[in-house]
Write a protein that binds this ligand. Structure first.
Ligand SMILES: [Zn+2]
Length: 462
């Protein structure tokens, strides 16, 4: 109770500190301790998992995460871990929760014309999170997401109340509008992050112009993104000025833009394979050498389990466009599903020599080894993926499963716990850690580590 009171007090002082006056310079307000923000993020994610339909597809998860990491990489160590999630929702929206958790709707991913445009949106959201903008929001209605999120942190209440509060919090993200100063800061920093990470900052401008045009064509149905990030002519002009002042170059760009593939995967995940097949068969009818159409058809047939058609289209796509993004990886995965192990290994070898640090290449290679019954090799591949992407639950979960098959139950429970922790499932993680502890014995070095970990998880729940 006392904690809740102090917390509320902290919020109130945080807001009154910057509510009434708008200084010319961005104030260095620090309304919440950093670990409180991390806590907010974790609690929000736990609730959001129940309320939002998150897209759980390794290629799509990794795609968005990769853009986020690339934007973050020039910044060096950060006070909190950024996490990126895709929400299945047709509304054009993206939002950042304090503590570095960023959500982007499929409706936005499907509307952008390039990965650079999406990088612009993510760069802007990173700037909001990094600058702690929600905590600094002032305005006529300082109803804040933070205050609503405080409900979760109080620890009381039923699950239904907590879920209701999340609904309100989500509604608040739609009502909440960043003020002009914060929007300007996010715009300026966002395009700067893009340029530093090797994206084209002009894409941010192209995206803003697109949604501005849509707003003029349809003034009634304003996308949520524009409500939380109000767009004015002044804002557009400023972004334009910032972009033209930056040196643009395509320094660290990927060879080809995977956006079309990701957009198609999103549709396939929504069971639109037949529509995708219809569309691209028509394209192919007009233009039989269209590598992109062949590629999308291959993926769609793969979804429908039509292996022969999938293989034929993907192999033709590779012949026409061998540098297509993730081309060899896609073929490796298809060959794995078709039990063509030798071809699969060859494809993954090429995929890995092109992108040795892409965790997906290691993940799917591990899957191949696992299918072949080569569990030790599978473990090594999954460990590589886990090391390259330590916040991603998928490789840890696969490690747990394959250790189980090897009858190494201590490791199995340990890695399942790791993946559950990354997925914010603390209760399940604790249960698995307790089981691992019994197997390793508390006195062993491994047991000591697990004991410490259990204590840390329990401590943060208090
Ligand atoms: Zn904004």
């Amino acid at each position: 109770m006392l904690r809740k009171f102090l917390y509320t007090l902290l919020l109130v002082t945080g807001f009154t500190g910057c509510a009434s006056r708008l200084p010319a310079q961005i104030p260095l307000v620090k309304p919440l301790a950093e670990d409180e923000e991390v806590r907010i993020s974790r609690e929000f994610r736990r609730q959001a998992k129940k309320q939002l339909q998150l897209v759980r597809h390794p290629e799509i998860e990794r795609y968005v995460d990769r853009i986020g990491r690339q934007l973050l990489s020039p910044m060096g160590p950060q006070p909190f871990d950024y996490r990126f999630f895709v929400v299945e929702n047709s509304q054009l929206n993206a939002f950042a929760i304090p503590g570095g958790t960023i959500y982007v709707h499929t409706g936005l991913i499907e509307r952008v014309k390039s990965t650079d445009e999406l990088a612009g949106v993510l760069g802007h959201e990173i700037a909001h999170a990094k600058g702690r903008h929600i905590a600094r929001i002032s305005g006529p209605d300082p109803l804040s997401l933070l205050a609503l999120l405080g409900v979760f942190l109080s620890g009381g209440g039923t699950q239904a109340q907590a879920a209701g509060a999340l609904g309100q919090a989500l509604a608040a993200t739609r009502q909440l509008a960043y003020n002009r100063q914060l929007e300007q800061e996010a715009d300026t920093l966002g395009v700067k992050y893009m340029a530093e990470a090797g994206y084209d900052p002009r894409a941010a401008l192209a995206f803003l112009r697109l949604i501005d045009q849509e707003r003029m064509l349809n003034p009634v149905d304003i996308p949520p993104y524009l409500m939380t990030h109000p767009l004015t002519q002044e804002r557009l002009s400023r972004v334009e000025a910032v972009v033209s002042s930056l040196r643009t170059g395509a320094a660290k760009r990927e060879a080809a833009d995977p956006i079309r593939k990701i957009q198609t995967l999103l549709r396939l995940e929504r069971h639109e394979a037949d529509a995708v097949i219809g569309e691209y068969e028509r394209v192919l009818g007009q233009d039989p050498q269209n590598a992109e159409a062949l590629r999308m058809l291959g993926l769609a047939y793969q979804y429908r389990g039509k292996w022969t058609e999938a293989r034929e289209h993907l192999e033709r796509a590779r012949a026409l466009d061998p540098q297509g993004p993730g081309m060899e990886r896609d073929l490796g995965r298809l060959y794995t599903q078709m039990n063509e192990y030798r071809l699969a290994h060859d494809a993954f070898q090429r995929a890995l020599s092109a992108e040795p640090k892409e965790p997906l290449n290691h993940l799917w290679l591990g899957e191949l080894f696992e299918k072949e019954g080569k569990f030790s090799e599978a473990v090594l591949a999954f460990l590589q993926a886990h090391t390259l992407s330590p916040l991603w639950p998928e490789p840890a979960q696969r490690l747990g499963v394959v250790y189980g098959k090897m009858n190494r139950l201590g490791d199995a429970h340990y890695y399942l716990a790791r993946s559950q922790l990354l997925a914010d499932e603390d209760e399940l993680a604790l249960a698995n850690l307790e089981r691992a502890l019994k197997i390793f014995r508390p006195a062993s070095p491994r047991g000591q580590l697990i004991t410490d970990e259990i204590a840390a998880i329990k401590a943060r729940r208090r």
